[in-house]
Design a binder for this molecule. Structure first.
Ligand code: LLP
Length: 425
């Protein structure tokens, strides 16, 4: 078996700060975000898509610092609730650069969006049209887009595929619901339709489905032009750009995506006699995911039958992704070097169910023991944003590292926090 004696690059820490130092200072479990890496990833997108609007999908991870970084790097923001929206705007994000999504927008979501003046509201279903028009009021006018289902199957797992007719988001082209809704929107003077939106799914590692989406969407734009004489100025292709969770896994090639999508868009528009719309993309995972590391302490090591279980002080309440989507991570021992050979182990959490597995069948040194520090790389997206209150362990804090210094962004949820919400008897 391989030895882990060789120092790994990550052992040096994140953003110039040793991981063990961060664990000491903030306790574990803790999530560490590399500010420089978030900013670099924003810049990579801006460079790859110089004439598109890059809109960060806040659902991947949001806090006030993240709002500032994304804003300073020139991105827009995709939100899907009044909560994300209020946090962003109160942190200073320009509302006109915000896009509001949601298949079931609450009255509060719509009221907040209109009050704060969000740039675009993406209509996801027919019942939203009259509701939104009424909320805008006779004097107002709100820019909207329509989320359509292009009929393309793509994405890392069935639960995160959204390009086909058998899921809840958007309006289907194939059965005419999208066209029907668009006709109704065009009848509402309070709503200004700026373009079409689609989101194929998440953790997509091939460029091809995006090219199919371009063709389908431009096809629909051409039909709308014929039927209604409208030329829609915007096309939002959503997010879904896949990343590697373990060394050697494929990731979506952003440069190829940018180049091919642009070429396809220009060709499809030329063939349809349409002006090329402004492109929008909505990456979430690819910006936040690789910039985050989760740190856990080992609490227990147990051998049962043929298995070695390494139990840590977090689990499915801070990272539900292995349980939900079967995602595989590559945890590593940090903070000490072990010269002994590795052995296959299963890293489990502390929660009260057998499905609380963070990483099955991974290699850790044979002498892994309670008190050891484990780092789980690629933990910046859809971990804390999906964290739950299961077993009342409290959600972990988030620290940011930049220029060799760590600072706290989100504090640990304390037992007092949990108890204070319990107001009845
Ligand atoms: N735009 C829309 C309209 C979306 O619904 C999403 C993600 C995105 C953009 C960003 O997708 P991304 O670039 O991050 O793949 N919890 C799942 C992922 C759910 C994604 C939901 N929508 C996971 O942990 O894999």
């Amino acid at each position: 078996p391989a030895s882990t004696a060789e120092p790994q690059p990550g052992d040096l820490g994140v953003g110039g700060v040793p991981l063990a130092e961060i664990a000491d200072r903030f306790g574990t479990p803790v999530y560490v975000l590399d500010e420089g890496e978030v900013r670099d990833r924003c810049r990579t997108y801006r460079h790859a898509f110089p004439d598109a609007d890059v809109v960060y999908a806040a659902k991947a991870f949001l806090c006030r610092a993240m709002v500032h970084w994304v804003d300073e790097e020139g991105l827009g923001l995709d939100v899907c609730s009044a909560g994300e929206l209020e946090l962003a705007v109160t942190a200073g994000f320009p509302p006109e650069k915000i896009v509001l999504h949601g298949n079931a927008k609450s009255p509060r979501d719509l009221e907040t969006a209109l009050r704060l003046g969000v740039g675009r509201i993406v209509i996801d279903g027919p019942s939203e049209i009259a509701r939104l028009a009424a909320a805008v009021g006779p004097e107002g006018r709100q820019k909207v887009m329509v989320r359509v289902i292009p009929g393309i199957s793509a994405g890392g797992h069935a639960k995160i595929r959204t390009g086909t007719d058998d899921q809840k988001f958007g309006l289907s082209i194939s059965d005419g619901y999208a066209q029907h809704a668009i006709a109704r929107i065009l009848d509402q003077p309070q709503l200004e339709l700026t373009g079409l939106h689609c989101h194929l799914g998440s953790q997509i590692t091939s460029v091809k489905p995006y090219l199919s989406a371009v063709r389908r969407m431009v096809g629909l734009m051409a039909r709308l032009h014929e039927q209604h004489g409208i030329v829609l100025p915007e096309l939002d292709l959503g997010g879904g750009h896949g990343i590697a969770y373990r060394p050697g896994e494929p990731a979506l090639d952003l440069t190829a995506l940018a180049r091919k999508v642009r070429a396809e868009l220009i060709a499809a528009c030329a063939a349809a006699g349409l002006r090329v719309p402004r492109l929008m993309i909505e990456p979430g995972r690819a910006i936040a995911g690789p910039a985050g590391v989760a740190l856990y302490h080992v609490l227990a090591v147990k051998r049962t039958g043929s298995q070695v279980f390494v139990a840590v002080d977090g689990g499915m309440s801070d990272n539900p992704r292995p349980a939900l989507y079967g995602v595989r991570y590559a945890p590593r021992l940090v903070g000490r070097h072990s010269a002994v050979p590795t052995t296959p182990v299963t890293v489990v959490g502390r929660h009260c169910e057998a499905g609380d597995v963070l990483a099955a069948d991974v290699e850790l040194p044979e002498d892994v023991r309670p008190g050891d520090l484990l780092a789980v790389p690629v933990a910046g997206a859809y971990h804390l944003s999906m964290a739950s209150g299961y077993n009342m362990v409290g959600r972990p804090p988030v620290a940011a590292v930049a220029d060799g210094r760590a600072r706290l962004l989100i504090r640990r949820e304390s037992l007092d926090d949990i108890r204070s919400r319990d107001v009845g008897l």
